[in-house]
Design a binder for this molecule. Structure first.
Ligand SMILES: Cc1cc2nc3c(=O)[nH]c(=O)nc-3n(C[C@H](O)[C@H](O)[C@H](O)COP(=O)(O)OP(=O)(O)OC[C@H]3O[C@@H](n4cnc5c(N)ncnc54)[C@H](O)[C@@H]3O)c2cc1C
Length: 386
């Protein structure tokens, strides 16, 4: 039974997943960015835009979107499918959505008109700049500041671990504006990459290479018309955006895990040893059974959370469960697959070796596993007290 036959989905989801799968197999399966991730990501964004897939990453038909609101199940199917074929393609798709998500959700009509159609066509690359050197998990403590001078906000400070940093055309930047202490004193601004006072302070290499940078703002003047939402509402804007995309991180992990199982099945049924195939050993069969079950349990959690969100229901606990189970589970599945490949599993460039590097960050970004555990427990305890 295909997962799109589950009751969480409509016929349009089934058609979408099948069409994207066929497209990805033909267009991006072998496109890796080992030599130049910047160029590969730019190519992928254009390809995804030209083929119309990025319309699903933005909201509003008048602004290039496929629908009036972002459909979480579609976003999750897109990420799962792309990740199964190519990690960078998933990254390119996800970042167009995450980077422009705040504009889709809370931008003014002028902001939507200026940015969203270009994001949907793959003509403008987006980035989401929340984390700082001293504020990652504890992000409400961010220090990058903005003060108002006339018709401008003047930004000072740093952001780090910013995906698409260095290739983005614009950055949604969350700054302390001081209307109230803590999370109620933060505002969101759209900063075009060519704004004076904005620079890339450092490009960061990670184990699964993709464009990533530390950003610096010095006397960076942005018109107040670039603020998203009301002053002091930036933290809410950030959390609403993450609310949409957190479940999709779990979906990407699912895609990586499915690819690892595909690779493991292929290898186990063809690798001969001791006069039989690797798959003939019960020890291997136990591993395969565990991998498939881990994948299906994660998938059920992912699509439950996505379906709930599309019904307009609260998904705080469900999205956290999906992210934790899918990313931690995918790490185990990929490790088991790599083990079945023996020495070949650790050879650079092998699909399981790439997956092994690819999955690691997903257990950290958009809320590390420990943060998800705290969220789940807090929601459980609230239910007990209610
Ligand atoms: C590849 C990659 C891409 C990223 N892209 C972006 C991006 O595009 N935009 C953006 O804004 N940010 C991005 N990030 C940043 C990411 O969201 C942060 O790395 C993450 O929130 C963790 O913050 P930190 O790195 O400062 O770790 P810290 O906050 O220092 O946490 C370190 C570790 O402490 C543990 N921990 C955290 N909280 C608790 C707790 N309450 N109890 C016990 N243990 C705890 C966790 O294991 C965590 O991994 C990216 C990160 C990576 C690795």
């Amino acid at each position: 039974m295909d997962r799109t036959d589950w009751p969480f989905f409509d016929a349009r989801h089934r058609e979408f997943a099948q069409a994207l799968d066929a497209w990805a197999a033909a267009e991006v399966r072998d496109l890796h960015g080992d030599h130049d991730v910047d160029a590969t990501c730019r190519t992928l964004v254009r390809k995804l835009g030209d083929a119309g897939w990025l319309r699903h990453a933005v909201a509003g038909r008048d602004f290039g979107g496929a629908g009036e609101a972002i459909d979480t199940r579609t976003i999750c199917l897109a990420r799962e499918t792309l990740a199964r074929h190519n990690g960078l393609a998933d990254f390119a798709f996800a970042m167009q959505g995450l980077g422009s998500g705040a504009i889709s959700l809370q931008g003014s009509p002028g902001q939507k008109e200026r940015y969203l159609p270009r994001v949907a066509r793959g003509e403008a690359i987006a980035a989401f700049a929340l984390s700082e050197p001293e504020a990652g998990s504890d992000v409400a403590n961010l220090q990058c500041a903005a003060h108002v001078e006339g018709e401008h906000a003047v930004l000072h400070g740093e952001k780090t671990w910013i995906s698409n940093g260095g290739i983005a055309d614009f950055y949604v930047v969350f700054c302390r504006t001081g209307e109230a202490p803590g999370p109620r004193g933060i505002s969101a601004f759209i900063v075009d990459a060519d704004t004076p006072g904005f620079e890339i302070a450092e490009r960061i290499d990670v184990i699964a290479p993709h464009p990533l940078a530390r950003l610096r703002f010095r006397e960076c003047r942005v018109p107040l018309s670039q603020r998203i939402g009301a002053p002091g509402e930036g933290f809410k804007v950030a959390m609403r955006t993450l609310d949409v995309f957190r479940t999709s991180v779990a979906a990407a992990a699912l895609g990586f895990a499915r690819r690892a199982l595909d690779e493991a099945l292929q290898r186990a049924t063809t690798r001969r040893m001791f006069n039989q195939t690797l798959a003939d050993f019960q020890l291997t069969q136990a591993k395969l059974a565990q991998m498939a079950t881990t994948i299906d349990s994660a998938a059920l959690l992912v699509y439950r959370a996505a379906w709930l969100r599309d019904q307009g229901r609260s998904v705080t606990k469900e999205a956290a469960m999906a992210k934790m189970a899918a990313t931690e589970g995918a790490q185990q599945v990929i490790d088991a697959a790599l083990q079945m490949f023996g020495g070949l599993g650790v050879k650079s460039g092998q699909p399981v070796e790439q997956l092994y590097r690819e999955i690691r960050s997903l257990r950290i970004y958009e809320g590390a596993t420990e943060v998800q555990q705290l969220i789940i427990a807090r929601e459980l305890l609230k239910e007990v007290k209610a």
